[in-house]
Design a protein around this ligand. Sequence first.
Ligand SMILES: Nc1nc2c(ncn2[C@@H]2O[C@H](COP(=O)(O)OP(=O)(O)OP(=O)(O)O)[C@@H](O)[C@H]2O)c(=O)[nH]1
Ligand SMILES: [Mg+2]
Length: 458
Amino acid sequence: MRENMSNWNDTIVALATAPGIGAIAVIRLSGASAIDIVNGVFPKKNLLVQKTHTVHFGKIEFDNIVIDEVVITLYRAPKSYTGEEVVEISCHGSPFIQDSLLQLMIQEGARLAKPGEFTQRAFLNAKLDLTQAEAVADLIASNTEASRQAALYNLKGGFSDDLKLMREKLIKFSALIELELDFSQEDVAFANKKELEILVQQLQLKTNILLESFKLGNVIKNGVQVAIVGKPNAGKSTLLNTLLNEQRALVSEIPGTTRDTVEELLNIDGVLYKLIDTAGIRQQTSDVIEQMGIDKSKEKIIQADIVIALFDVNTTTPEQINTWGKEIGLDKIILVGNKMDLTTSDVVNNYNNFKNIVFISAKDKNNIDALTQAITQKVVGDQLKKEGTIVTNARHVSSLKKLLLALNDVETGLIQNVTGDLLALDIRQALHYLGTITGEITSEDQLDFIFSKFCIGK
Ligand SMILES: Nc1nc2c(ncn2[C@@H]2O[C@H](COP(=O)(O)OP(=O)(O)OP(=O)(O)O)[C@@H](O)[C@H]2O)c(=O)[nH]1
Ligand SMILES: [Mg+2]
């Protein structure tokens, strides 16, 4: 069992399903008295003598009044989600019944659970480590295939395994170096410095890969902002409508049609994108509202993860788009030539010098697949197809960055041939940051903060 950080001998109760009307609802209890409490209002049989993982049908009664016919599932400690005695009551899904049962459980000695308290107990009973507990919250919040996959991988312990392996190797060295310190009078060397050097380099590499994966992890979790920008009349709103497959934004032949931004969500290959149609940018306008729109477009260019710079191939020359990559940033721009239906296909040759360029007809819905592929490639690359950890959590990133600094200190120490006690200190520092990710090292405040973001009943 982990260090007991809070007083959690009491039994907690919460509605585990979404509030409101449903076919059934589940009320969950966890704690030493969970079975005892339910047994007191379930006259049909003695639940205290039933085995773990069994299901029991019967009535919940209080003062000779039947509250509901329910199905009760028992999980006996330690074979439960929390590691404690757990009871799940599946009742009829009326909010009135849910509430009556909750009230009854509280009256009989349970306490209403705080958000995430079931998972927090699972963590404190070492059923999960902290990255796995956080993955539970991510899995519940996942809204696309990609975010589900990343969360599930972490829940299964993929990320924890990576970290555990790193930790074990470092601990071995730390032990050897400390042994050396104990025998310092006798000038013996247990730890092989060369091996430590190689290990530190491997760990630095691994940490960098994990940090790098956050670029993708962040967009998987929070969605990718894609701004569609360009001159008035380039066909931005038409492209938005085509991508969404609905007439969402106003389209007209009058330049300056779009004034305020229009934002819509779109799922491409399991990744969530927020498409932003913006006001066309032109150098001079005396229209105050249009100018406000243009200012907002420029803001969106800065905020966006990806910028689709759309131009009309019939009115824009390659020289004119030459500087866009530099202005917007090469890593986030996708150049898109529109209105190909009005020209011949060999105009494409004029743009041979440009990388990352796609030619479409937004109006005729031509070559749109090539554009969505270019977007996916830019954001995800081949990373989603690979097995491996994708870091999606900002807390982990902050610890990984500190870990990297500590590893760099160990490396410098090795190069400068510092004494064993200094080296041991830096290794211990690295171990500390590894421990903060998985929760071996943590504080009650930090745990409360992490679990407070969970939903009640989980
Ligand atoms: N032929 C042709 N016309 C297009 C194409 N895409 C857009 N248009 C036309 O171009 C005009 C302008 O289209 P919009 O989508 O409103 O252009 P916009 O870039 O949103 O313009 P602003 O909002 O004014 O900045 C409309 O008349 C569209 O029908 C295309 O691929 N081919
Ligand atoms: Mg528009």
